[in-house]
Design a protein around this ligand. Structure first.
Ligand code: HAM
Length: 435
């Protein structure tokens, strides 16, 4: 194969012009999560393969085929995380978080890897905002997770939000339901195409979320799991619905919502938003009361959700939602001559210490060319330092909007600029901690 210097299929370069979206989404998500009592957890990007293979990506799931798995130099089998939840539960068990007051509420941001067929809104590396509540069965925790998702989109200004909701039961009621579903589908086997026949053999619940043509009719009279729940699951579902009703949050019970991961029990949900077409789900989540045990821990209930940042940003763009701009340098320092160059460097340092964003010109170019650059960089003021300015100790300051120039003593210049610049343009806002 010829050498290719291109980004790998299904990955994105996120250029500076897109960063206001990313910073805004992360800032809003982080602030909301912390207001709701979630604490941040950061985890390795790869885990020993069984962490995922025994949980989210069981035998026969699509996820199993999508994992980026490799053998490390010491022979251990590692997998780039295809999701957070199994990692979070692994870390909860490994670090004794079950000894803290329960439940614990944890959130994370980071890249996730799945070898999927790339299309708009579906990538091989995407970035998730993930949140989990571990250590309680209370349906109020399911509600809080759903509210975290909903409120995030609401605070971002999304229109046309709706919950898709279902229950997948538990090991007590699910098998009997799956058996009924298999009977139903086998009776219609001749109407299934190869993809769904394969799903039927491998993981029958997945036939329910088939997007193959003709499946709406095939599934029209299929049994619904919510009619087949045991008492405990039915109670849990009814309580959760009661909360959603009380809050007036619109939801649709979607019996075809089964989700692609293996660990779900009881609640599963997605939020759909207007305008992103086939990728309508901006997030997905649910309860996973058996996951901790699958990882060798004591029975520990949990519920959570994740949202792809790329998909959130796609929705913002489709819906015309603009993020606030990021701070940019407000001052450009142009200089001519060796002495002025040193004075410019000192001035830039002094301005930056005052948190005034400053661009120091590079190269040894004519004043005209430096001013042209200052214009392109969209600064508010340009400070000009040449031989005269050094001799008199007064800088020429040009207001870019109207070209008005005045002489300002170099010594007092940082103060002079800082009183004139609007706080949002002069001061580099403190950014959220590294994300
Ligand atoms: P998921 O539905 O597989 O769930 O992914 C969650 C979200 O990640 C999706 O709704 C979507 O926004 C985004 N996403 C997934 N795959 C891609 C992709 N290939 N390209 C772009 N975005 C994507 C989970 O990952 C579960 N761990 C969620 C969870 C947390 N359940 C309980 N706790």
């Amino acid at each position: 194969m010829p050498v290719r210097y291109q980004r790998p299929t299904g990955t994105l370069d996120i250029l500076p012009e897109d960063q206001p979206y990313w910073t805004h989404v992360r800032t809003v998500a982080r602030s909301l999560a912390e207001r709701m009592g979630f604490e941040r957890i950061d985890l390795p990007i790869f885990e020993f393969t069984p962490v995922f293979a025994r949980t989210a990506a069981g035998e026969g799931t699509d996820m199993r085929k999508e994992m980026y798995t490799f053998t490390d130099r010491d022979g251990s089998e590692l997998t780039l995380r295809p999701e957070f939840t199994a990692s979070v539960v692994r870390a909860y068990l490994e670090n004794g978080l079950h000894q803290r007051p329960q439940p614990v509420k944890l959130y994370s941001f980071g890249p996730v890897f799945r070898h999927e067929r790339p299309q708009k809104g579906r990538y091989r590396q995407h970035t998730q905002f993930n949140a989990e509540i571990i250590g309680t069965q209370d349906p109020l925790a399911d509600l809080e997770i759903m509210l975290l998702a909903w409120t995030l989109y609401d605070e971002l200004g999304f229109r046309g939000l709706s919950f898709q909701l279902n229950s997948t039961g538990c090991p007590r009621c699910k098998p009997a339901y799956v058996a009924r579903l298999v009977d139903y589908l086998e009776a219609r086997y001749d109407r299934l195409n190869d993809v769904d026949r394969e799903r039927l053999a491998r993981n029958p619940l997945r036939v329910l979320d088939s997007k193959e043509p003709g499946m709406d009719e095939v599934l029209a009279e299929a049994p619904h799991i919510v009619d087949a729940l045991c008492d405990e699951c039915a109670d849990h579902f009814a309580t959760l619905r009661g909360y959603l009703d009380a809050l007036g949050k619109p939801y649709t019970i979607n019996f075809r919502l089964v989700r692609g991961l293996d660990y779900y029990t009881k609640t599963v949900f997605e939020v759909w938003a207007e305008g992103i077409g086939a990728q309508a789900a901006v997030c997905g989540g649910g309860r996973y009361d058996g996951l901790a045990e699958a990882l060798g821990g004591p029975p520990t209930p949990g519920v959570g959700f994740a949202s792809g940042l790329e998909r959130i940003i796609l929705t913002m763009k489709v819906q015309g939602i603009e993020p606030p701009p990021l701070p940019r340098p407000a001052v450009f320092i142009a200089h001519l001559g060796a002495e002025a160059r040193l004075a410019a460097l000192r001035l830039a340092t002094a301005l930056r210490e005052r948190e005034i964003g400053t661009w120091l010109a590079f190269g040894q170019r004519s004043l005209k060319s430096q001013l042209r650059e200052a214009n392109k960089r969209g600064v508010t003021y340009t400070v000009i330092l040449g031989e005269d300015e050094i001799a008199t100790g007064r800088a020429t300051v040009r207001r870019m909007a109207d070209g008005e120039q005045q002489q300002v003593p170099l010594e007092g210049l940082p103060r002079w600029l800082s009183t004139r610049l609007h706080p949002s343009e002069s001061h580099l806002q403190p950014l959220p901690s590294p994300l």
